[in-house]
Write a protein that binds this ligand. Structure first.
Ligand SMILES: NC(=O)c1ccc[n+]([C@@H]2O[C@H](COP(=O)([O-])OP(=O)(O)OC[C@H]3O[C@@H](n4cnc5c(N)ncnc54)[C@H](O)[C@@H]3O)[C@@H](O)[C@H]2O)c1
Length: 279
């Protein structure tokens, strides 16, 4: 898909990660300047370096989406480098396997087995961290960056939702609750920021093996877990997603001419997973 983003400056959180590093590369290939933000400095810089090696323009900034001060500092650095920005992509997020139950449904044996995580083992502190990372990690950067977006032409925000935001997937309660809240925030922001001309949409990816879900999706030897096999069996496309599967929608949403009337939408890219009744 060819889109001209040469007048675009994109701030991408979680851009040291698997999905958003690929967003950074493709947006830069389409002409955008990219600010690569991640809590992990080395992976942020690795993405920025890759963008530059491919002829694009990028700065990397280590920052924490859960700290308003850290995001304000990042914002200052981006303005210093690029003078402003007109796209925010909130991609920092993810699950934590330590707060995911070992079995799909309540299993009495799991309660007795110290190797398993039962409903009663779900630690409220870890649970809150997953809620915070996905929800507040979307809210806080949005609050900080709207100040610059409101001065820009055709500003837009893209959040990262998930299949589990529509109907909660087994095992991942905290992550499901968090992504449902991201959908709600996406709609709320689309309405609240409407008068500023800022469009707010979300991409809801299907299943992609990345850093944050590797432990649930693959065995230590790299083969797929029974959960992953179940996902594939319920996906009409017959496979997991690969990062490039998201790029068409990403570029479409960034192209005001193509998608300027799309606002407050949460759009699945899931190989048909959501349409499958499972029976
Ligand atoms: N992989 C999937 O199947 C899938 C499906 C649906 C939604 N998503 C969402 O896509 C987004 C990207 O995730 P991914 O799968 O590429 O995972 P990933 O683990 O590869 O990338 C996430 C990145 O976020 C960064 N991060 C974590 N906490 C941070 C913080 N406090 N501040 C700044 N950066 C922080 C991590 O360092 C990491 O580089 C997430 O919001 C995730 O929930 C992923």
């Amino acid at each position: 898909m060819k889109v001209d983003l040469s007048d675009r400056i994109a701030v991408i959180t979680g851009a040291g990660g698997i999905l958003a590093s690929n967003f950074s590369l493709h947006m830069a290939k389409s002409g955008a300047k990219v600010a690569v933000l991640d809590i992990d400095q080395a992976s942020a810089e690795a993405t920025a370096r890759q963008v530059r090696e491919n002829g694009g323009e990028a700065v990397s900034i280590a920052c924490d989406v859960l700290s308003r001060e850290s995001m304000q500092e990042a914002e200052r650095k981006i303005v210093e480098s690029y003078g402003g920005y007109n796209i925010l992509i909130n991609a920092a997020g993810g699950n934590n396997v330590k707060v995911s139950t070992s079995s799909d449904v309540y299993t009495p044996e799991d309660v007795k087995n110290p190797e398993k995580i039962s409903f009663f083992d779900l630690d409220p502190i870890l649970y809150s961290r997953v809620l915070n990372l996905n929800l507040m990690g979307t809210f806080i950067p949005t609050q900080v960056f709207v100040k610059g977006l409101m001065k820009a032409e055709n500003p837009l925000i893209i959040n990262m939702s998930s299949m589990t935001s529509y109907t909660a997937l087994t095992r991942v309660a905290a992550y499901s609750n968090a992504k449902a809240a991201v959908n709600s925030l996406t709609q709320w922001l689309a309405v609240h920021l409407g008068p500023l001309g800022i469009r707010v949409n979300a991409i809801a990816p299907g299943f992609f093996i990345t850093k944050q879900n590797k432990a649930m999706m693959t065995n230590p030897d790299g083969t797929l877990t029974p959960r992953s096999q179940k996902v594939i069996a319920h996906t009409p496309a017959g496979r997991m997603g690969v990062p490039d599967d998201l790029i068409g929608l990403l570029l479409f949403l960034c192209d005001t001419e193509a998608s300027g009337y799309i606002n407050g939408a949460v759009i699945p890219v899931d190989g048909g997973f959501m349409a499958t009744p499972g029976v």
